[in-house]
Design a protein around this ligand. Structure first.
Ligand SMILES: [Zn+2]
Length: 228
């Protein structure tokens, strides 16, 4: 059984949160989900690839019964930009979209107590690889809690990274009260030079102190560990 393009796009759109950003890889198009069955095209790069993809994507999305709003599209000139400039602009675009994410009660997710987010292992999900084979992939979410209505809102780790700063994203607390902070290369060098490496760990799959399963982003990292 092979997935059709319609199946793929339906799965992607159904998983996208309202206000969430969808950038199909390599097409130069940025869509935002605006409702139950609607998206809007916010940004299009001024390339032939993007112009053609825009027409194809609209047909594909409409073929599964969704609407595409193209009434307010910003066309951006990408030819003159370095990859660094483009990636930094993309990050800003994504963060701006994230600022609009709201709880069902209307409270902005950015005003949640994000540092209290709880990394949660949601089991495994079968993922379709580009070569047609499937692979089991661990699913994780960061659950944040609305300070107003107390709703628990699960965020995909990537979405969470758009809401918090790097320091927050690089800090992990286990349920046992152990805190691991990912070190930069310069910090590692300083700890080694100063011979203050007793609190440094290289993380594997589980926390070396209390055995908790670690989120994939912390595995293989050099961290500074403190225990409550
Ligand atoms: Zn709320």
């Amino acid at each position: 059984m092979s997935e059709t393009p319609e199946d793929t796009v339906r799965t992607i759109l159904n998983r996208l949160r309202e206000g969430g950003l969808w950038q199909p890889a390599g097409l130069g198009l940025s869509y935002v989900r605006t409702g139950d069955d609607s998206i809007m095209l916010g940004v299009q790069e001024n390339t032939a690839i993007a112009a053609q993809a825009r027409i194809r994507m609209r047909k594909l999305v409409e073929s599964i019964g969704w609407r595409v709003d193209e009434s307010d599209v910003t066309v951006v000139d990408v030819a003159a930009k370095t990859p660094e400039e483009r990636s930094s602009e993309e990050r800003i675009l994504r963060e701006n979209v994230a600022k609009n994410w709201k709880c069902a009660c209307g409270t902005a997710l950015v005003s949640f107590p994000l540092e209290e987010g709880v990394w949660t292992h949601d089991g495994q999900e079968e993922m379709l690889l580009p070569n047609g084979e499937t692979e089991m992939v661990e699913q994780w979410s960061v659950v944040i809690t609305c300070p107003v209505c107390k709703a628990c809102v699960p965020c995909q780790p990537h979405d969470y990274s758009l809401l918090v700063d790097d320091e927050q994203m690089n800090t992990y607390r286990t349920s046992g009260g152990t805190t691991h902070v990912i070190l930069t290369r310069d910090e590692i060098i300083k700890h080694v030079d100063d011979m203050t490496t007793s609190s440094i760990h290289i993380l594997g799959t589980n926390c070396p102190i209390d055995g908790d399963l670690l989120p994939p982003r912390f595995r293989g990292k050099v961290v500074f560990t403190t225990v409550e």
